[in-house]
Design a protein around this ligand. Structure first.
Ligand code: HEM
Length: 479
């Protein structure tokens, strides 16, 4: 059905039912975590109701979320309603239908939980834009230095044991990289020593435990992770240690914050959150995800990437520059394709500000003011009506040339890839940095190796990757 034909349809109620209060929400939670799994949970309901806009319960449900009922938007056409802050309110719903205690963030509601209509949202987002702009020349050298040491470690681990776990190395390296890149102060050189990543991971778990499974028996996980909040006091020592690092390392950014009208402590809690939750949490998932997809694409694809990367770097006098990266069409495309298939942040929420209609490809649905809208992004970005019969496959050159027209359907940043974050929207302010870092990983790999192999599995928040072999570069600047 074409666009205007859908627009002229009479709005109807979204199908699906929430079932019995309480009981059905718990039953659905068990489906989500244990009986069906995340993707199947959504896909089976879309199939059952013959609609990509439908009413369902989302986890965690009782007792952490007051109301698990949502209208799910699960196709490429309806999903972007979640980006439209004229239509949806984005207050206190960063993690969905529950909100972690603000005692985990110094008593403040940090930027991710603020609606753009709140004045502090503008100030904090502005602070982050100015921090990232002020450090833009630090990103490439910091990434290259930290990740070339990571790859050197991979090589020695391969020699010793034939395997190297990328996630473990990435957890330590990304934490150092991000502290170095944003503030020019290595966390390991502060009082944190090497404890930063562990403290960060613990603090992240205290916020995300309602949404994860550790692979333990259901009987343990349900009461422990999915029913009540873990007490914030158990992580307050770790948080204080992280805060101390930020307060000392981010002096310049905190001065800027005061100039923007923010108090130093509120700004510091926000910088900690943006760095440790948004950035570090993001990189923990993003880089293994990209690596896994590139590994799976095989040697022929690796040859194409290596040729492109090495030519662009050689043309730039042997340096990895922004201009050289811009010329790498295939590298860019491969990173976007990984972000499309596996968006690191899969759930998005927004509360309807007024009665409205939402269009899917085939129908129009009426939604009432105050209803919670929810998107499971992998369904939207694997929509076959947009990406065709290969929607579920990794097509590394999908976005090259004419293919770049499809970038408007890449949503990982909580906005279209063709749009930009601003103080007036909720799109990720780290958008350009994230894509840059993804490309830098590919560049580092193919300056160093002709090809590599890896085993891919499942990790707590995303993908687990273990290198099993690398073939050193036989030509180009890295050989
Ligand atoms: C918001 C994804 C890295 C800072 C978001 C949102 C998504 C996202 C999906 C919107 C959440 C929502 O409102 O529903 C990611 C991913 C990243 C990443 C996948 C990395 C792989 C970063 C980085 C920064 C950052 C490097 C550093 C500044 C933020 C902030 C927000 C946000 C502050 C809230 C924006 C606002 O309130 O307007 N991010 N992000 N993120 N992200 Fe990122």
């Amino acid at each position: 059905m074409n666009q205007s034909a859908v627009g002229s349809l009479v709005p109807r109620q979204a199908p699906g039912s929430y079932g019995l209060p309480f009981v059905s929400a718990i039953r659905d939670r068990l489906d989500f975590y244990y009986f069906q799994g995340e993707a199947k949970y959504f896909e089976s309901r879309v199939e059952k109701h013959g609609s990509t806009v439908l009413r369902i319960n989302v986890p965690p449900g009782p007792f952490m979320a007051r109301d698990p009922r949502v209208v799910a938007v699960l196709d490429a056409k309806s999903f972007p309603v979640l980006f439209d802050v004229d239509k949806v309110e984005k207050k206190n719903l960063f993690t969905g239908t529950y909100m972690p205690s603000t005692s985990l963030t110094g008593g403040f509601r940090v930027c991710s939980y603020l609606d753009p209509s709140e004045p502090t949202h503008t100030k904090v987002k502005q602070l982050l834009f100015s921090l990232l702009a002020s450090r833009k020349d630090a990103f490439i050298p910091a990434f290259r230095s930290h990740f070339s040491s990571l790859l050197a470690t991979v090589e020695s681990q391969l020699v010793l044991g034939g395997k190297s776990n990328f996630n473990t190395l990435n957890d330590a390296t990304s934490f150092e990289f991000i502290g170095d890149a944003y503030f020019g102060v290595l966390p390991s050189a502060s009082d944190l020593g090497t404890t930063g990543p562990t403290k960060a991971a613990k603090w992240l778990i205290f916020q995300l435990h309602p949404l994860v499974t550790l692979g333990l028996p259901m009987i343990l996980e349900e009461p422990l992770l999915h029913t009540v909040h873990l007490p914030p006091i158990l992580v307050s020592g770790d948080y204080k240690a992280l805060y101390k690092y930020f307060y000392a390392a981010a002096t310049k950014a905190l001065d800027t914050a005061e100039g923007l009208g923010l108090k130093r402590d509120e700004a510091c809690h926000n910088l900690l959150f943006a760095t440790v939750f948004n950035s570090y949490g993001g990189l923990k998932v993003l880089l293994p995800g990209i690596l896994a997809r590139i590994a799976g694409a095989g040697e022929k694809f690796h040859q194409r990437l290596a040729a492109e990367v090495r030519t662009a770097v050689a043309d730039a006098g042997g340096k990895v520059t922004i201009e050289a990266l811009e010329k790498m069409e295939l590298t860019k495309s491969a990173v976007w394709e990984a972000l499309r298939l596996e968006p690191p942040v899969k759930f998005q929420y927004g509360r309807a500000k007024a009665d409205m209609n939402i269009e899917s490809h085939d129908a129009v649905f009426a939604v009432k003011k105050g209803e919670m809208l929810f998107g499971y992004q992998p369904c939207a970005t694997k929509d076959p009506r947009v990406f065709g019969s290969t929607a579920r496959e990794f097509v590394g050159d999908r976005f090259v040339g004419e293919g770049s027209k499809l970038l408007q359907y890449v949503y990982w940043s909580n906005g279209r890839e063709t749009e930009s974050p601003s103080v007036d929207n909720k799109q990720c302010p780290g958008k350009n940095l994230v894509v840059l870092v993804g490309r830098l990983l590919v560049v580092e790999l193919f300056l160093r190796y002709d090809t590599f192999t890896a085993d891919v599995g499942v990790d707590l928040l995303g993908t687990k990757v273990e290198f099993t072999g690398v073939t050193k570069a036989t030509s180009g600047p890295g050989a």
